[in-house]
Write a new protein. Structure first.
Ligand SMILES: [Cu+2]
Length: 188
């Protein structure tokens, strides 16, 4: 009927905020996208996934450059086990007779020279890598300790030549892993 009905006015009034809301929604989506993209790039840079081209880094002021990730820098956080360099395994005898043998290694804390008992030796391998036969392995059976800090392994040196004993261990109260490669010679 009439154009200027209260209903018509109400309709007019309603459309304005609806359009405004739609525009606001588009903007907020764009802002969220921009934020997440920059966050992803920042995260990638932090992780070392992205590297900044040298053409850019060369023109960055020194004060800013120190904040940029260094290419090739490795993160110091968890993942890789920390090597315990203050501890070392030593063979009591680097020569053994070919055939069945009991190898003994001593674990020492290098700064003090003290033997370390109760270490958990969780990886061990005996192979002929020093003789060019890294795939030639032999049995290695842990034996009970006869004195503190001494770790013994029963083995069978099936061939004369150079063998390598590889050990990994954990020490109580220390985070990280002791890793050791010890060379010994089996003589006929
Ligand atoms: Cu061999």
């Amino acid at each position: 009927m009439h154009q200027n009905t209260p209903f018509h006015e109400f309709e007019e009034f309603e459309t304005v905020p609806a359009r405004g809301r739609g525009r606001w929604l588009v903007w907020s989506i764009l802002v969220v996208l921009a934020l997440s993209a920059s966050a992803a790039i920042g995260y990638g840079l932090g992780r070392g996934t992205w590297t900044i081209p040298s053409s850019i880094t060369e023109h960055v002021p020194a004060s800013l450059a120190s904040w940029l990730p260094t290419p090739g820098a490795t993160p110091t956080s968890a993942g890789t086990p920390v090597a315990l360099k203050d501890y070392a395994f030593e063979l009591t005898d680097a020569r053994a007779k070919q055939g069945e043998a009991v190898l003994a290694v001593r674990l020492v804390h290098k700064p003090t020279g003290k033997p370390i008992p109760d270490a958990v030796v969780f990886a061990h391998r005996l192979d002929m890598a020093p003789s060019g036969m890294p795939t030639m392995t032999t049995e290695l059976e842990p034996q009970s300790a006869t004195e503190p800090g001494l770790y013994r392994f029963k083995t069978n040196l099936t061939m004369a030549g150079d063998w390598r004993l590889s050990l990994a261990a954990k020490v109580q109260g220390e985070t990280g892993t002791i890793q050791s490669h010890l060379d010994l010679k089996a003589v006929p």
